[in-house]
Design a protein around this ligand. Sequence first.
Ligand code: FMN
Length: 479
Amino acid sequence: MAKHEKFRFKSTLELIAKSRELGFDLPWSESVDALLQPALIQGIRVANRFTVQPMEGFDSDEDGMPGELAFRRYGRYAAGGSGMIWFEAASVLADGRSNPHQMMITDDTLEQFKKLTDHVRKVAEETFGSDHKPFLVLQLTHSGRYSNPGGDFQSKIFSDNPYLNPPHPPTPSPALAALTGEGEHRGVPDTRHPIPDTRYPIPVFYSDSDIDAVKAAYIHGVELAEMAGFDAVDVKACHGYLLHEMLYAFDRTDSRYGGSYENRTSFLREVLNTPSKIIKAVRLSGFDLIPYPYGFGMNSDGSAAIDLLEVKNLISEFAPMVPLWNITAGVPRLAAHVGRPYDRGAFNSPPPDEHPLQGIARLIGITGQLQQTFPDLFFVGTGYSWLRQFYPFVGAGVLENKMASFIGLGRSSFAYPDSPRDLMEKGLADPKKVCISCSKCTEFMRQGGPAGCGVRDMQYKAGGRGQKAKISNKKQDVK
Ligand SMILES: Cc1cc2nc3c(=O)[nH]c(=O)nc-3n(C[C@H](O)[C@H](O)[C@H](O)COP(=O)(O)O)c2cc1C
């Protein structure tokens, strides 16, 4: 493991030299042209290869309506020029929200989502002309063990549950059966994940019928996404949330959702099989670095080795119905650097014992393997923000080497949403505008939002909780 270090590079070549010294061959290109090429997904034109990654802003109202700040954020993305905008996690159920200000896609919020997609298309057209129609994806979520709809882990559901005794309030969870009964807490089984720390509350076990109810909400969510004007809908299966945890419910017994590959993937299968015509997508944690049986994409010998066998089986099986895959990794609440390499961890957490370039090379390498195994599918790559103004050269190299079809930008989109536009117009990204991977956006999120860039965006510079009072969250009335 190479020592962690902060970004200090003055050129792409210096960066590439460092990656070689560390033993990774990062692709790169002298030209950013590959990023500017259009793509065609099931007959829909995508103007270029930039993707705004889903980034929760936690700025909706109690009903989950996208508010004024959401219109601002998505308007900035639209004016920034990305061909694809992957909208943040929208919960399909109130109980599955990770935050009281997380968006929700429901019958009640549908009209507001329609206004939001109209708004984004209008801003894009005004900025780039009628040829430029951003491809819009909505991510559906249920936060599973990280659900926190009340903002204080005081879930109102399962109110007859003994876990409702403070100071150990519950979160709903798929609660893998293998994880129940391992320990006891106040006379009830401790369903905490044995690998994660205990900062999070003990989750409530979800029976098959609880999961059936969530599935029905997802299926409805797919229909709502189509009605709201999205081009595609993402059935999110990553980052430790409900559907991701279900993929590694290896030891869940006597259940339609646990044990065999067939059972663990049956939720995804049924939701993706819905007759809705909208294009289906999946954001998938392709590996977790959490050993089997507590992670997906890991070798079943229990080591820390990545094993893509089941990941490939899943993609191969779902390929006929899912043309678009967005590959991420791990569970950010346990090890954020795995999926988003950084200079400084949130709340000054100790640096990981690997170099950020190692994490980036791992994400690029795994996504590349999947893209090359499934050349007809579209893969979005993750983890580029740490590369700052040099991301376009690495991203273009990835595209030229057919190691992804789109280059996803998360934190960079908060900080510098118009980097695609600068690249189109000037051929370079501006070092004064780039994300510095300081984790302030993550801190805002963990403090309850709203989340944005606390360094580059005036709207968020006041920071964290302090800004809450200053920011109006009232509903946007867009005609
Ligand atoms: C504040 C914040 C909010 C995020 N929200 C989401 C989300 O809603 N859905 C999701 O799949 N990933 C989410 N992510 C992860 C990002 O999409 C992305 O995978 C990660 O930041 C790594 O990409 P980057 O290096 O370009 O930032 C979030 C990350 C941050 C920092």
